[in-house]
Ligand binder design. Structure first.
Ligand SMILES: C[S@@+](CC[C@H](N)C(=O)[O-])C[C@H]1O[C@@H](n2cnc3c(N)ncnc32)[C@H](O)[C@@H]1O
Length: 350
């Protein structure tokens, strides 16, 4: 036994436990709207924060102390106040900021809430459907992706596909498969007023939320949301079919891709946006991005796929495996159009 190695590893695990604690308390700040109450408010003591939020002063005092220890807020010992700097507010309190991570905190809560069910699923191997999770998963994922979509989808991902952005500007028919709360569909509809959009997802509650989002954004006349799975959406002739972080979740991703291929209009394309992944596990060792995605994959993506037909591709299949699957589905031209720190964008054409 190498005692130095034991010491180092104990320190590593302790650090990760502390990180999990910081996430838990920060999630409470998100759920209770404490971050928003602190944003732009300058230095506050626990009594002032209690008055602003209507929450218990004693609980807030303990929570603020933990946030100061974590470095999330700045403590002034002279005045006994706590301040959320604007730069931290952009990450914790402002859903319009590209750096916002409130959705990720909510997803972490949903993962922990699923722990017992997933533990049982390790024993049975039957799978746990997306719809069986705590609703925090659905809103958390939507809130997690929306800042990313606002930053990247229109500005980077669509322009990376051959001629697709032009086609959308002129007027195209676009299908978003596994659209969840419809953040991507609504954003595309807002950007391309000449085009028409349909979002489908097998999860009824998500489709209800997506319809509300389209109404709020004033695009409901050009966006239809339907409860349908990747095999049962209405046959059509689509210029663009998108899968945003959804293909690997499906029980039969090969069948879903083949159906998409058969549903394309002449000259149409399929865009598959997946979490960034490498082809070989050994190339991801130590990557925090891969650790986050493997966690989501273990807790949600693989169990959901197993609960359907069970291909269980996982969120870290890698670009080669994804491209191979798309070729098997009948696409003659498949390429990785873009790689970013967090995503792979694949373009597939017949
Ligand atoms: C990780 S979420 C992504 C949601 C959305 N695309 C987004 O970017 O916010 C995966 C979505 O795939 C949906 N899904 C899973 N299996 C499906 C299937 N077989 N057919 C249609 N949707 C499916 C889930 O209901 C869920 O909304």
């Amino acid at each position: 036994m190498d005692l130095e190695r034991v010491k180092r590893f104990a320190g590593d695990i302790a650090l990760k436990r502390a990180g999990a604690s910081a996430v838990l308390l920060s999630y409470l700040g998100d759920k209770l709207d404490i971050w928003r109450a602190m944003a732009g408010a300058g230095p506050l003591d626990s009594g002032e924060l209690a008055a602003r939020t209507g929450l218990s002063e004693r609980h807030l005092r303990e929570w603020l102390a933990a946030q100061a220890v974590a470095g999330h807020v700045i403590y002034d010992p002279g005045r006994g106040t706590f301040e959320l700097p604007d730069e931290h507010a952009a990450v914790l309190a402002d859903p319009d900021s590209p750096a916002y991570q409130g959705g990720g905190l909510e997803c972490a809560a949903a993962f922990w809430l699923a722990a017992d069910r997933i533990a049982e699923d390790f024993r049975t191997g039957r799978g746990v459907g997306w719809h069986e999770h705590d609703p925090r998963l659905f809103s958390g994922v939507a809130r997690f992706f929306e800042p990313l979509y606002r930053t990247a989808l229109v500005g980077q991902w669509l322009p990376a596909l051959d001629g697709v952005a032009d086609r959308l500007r002129e007027g195209a028919h676009v299908l978003d498969v596994g659209c969840g709360h419809g953040g991507s569909t609504v954003l595309m509809a807002q950007t391309y007023p000449q085009s028409h959009f349909m979002g489908v997802d097998y999860h009824e509650e998500s489709i209800a939320a997506a319809r509300e989002a389209a109404k709020r954004a004033g695009v409901a006349d050009r966006v239809e949301f339907l409860v349908a799975d990747a095999h049962s959406y209405p046959a059509g002739s689509w210029d663009l079919i998108c899968f945003f972080d959804a293909l690997h979740d499906m029980g039969d991703p090969l069948g879903a891709a083949a159906r998409a291929r058969a549903s394309l209009a002449p000259g149409g394309a399929v865009m598959v946006v997946e979490p960034f992944a490498r082809d070989r596990l050994e190339d991801s060792i130590g990557s925090l991005v891969a650790l986050s995605y493997y966690t989501a994959s273990t807790m949600v993506c693989v169990p959901n796929s197993l609960a359907q037909d069970g291909a269980a591709l996982g969120a870290q299949a890698g670009p080669d495996a994804l491209a191979e699957m798309l070729r098997l589905a009948g696409f003659g031209r498949v390429r990785t159009a873009l790689e970013t720190d967090f995503n792979l964008v694949l373009e597939a054409r017949p």
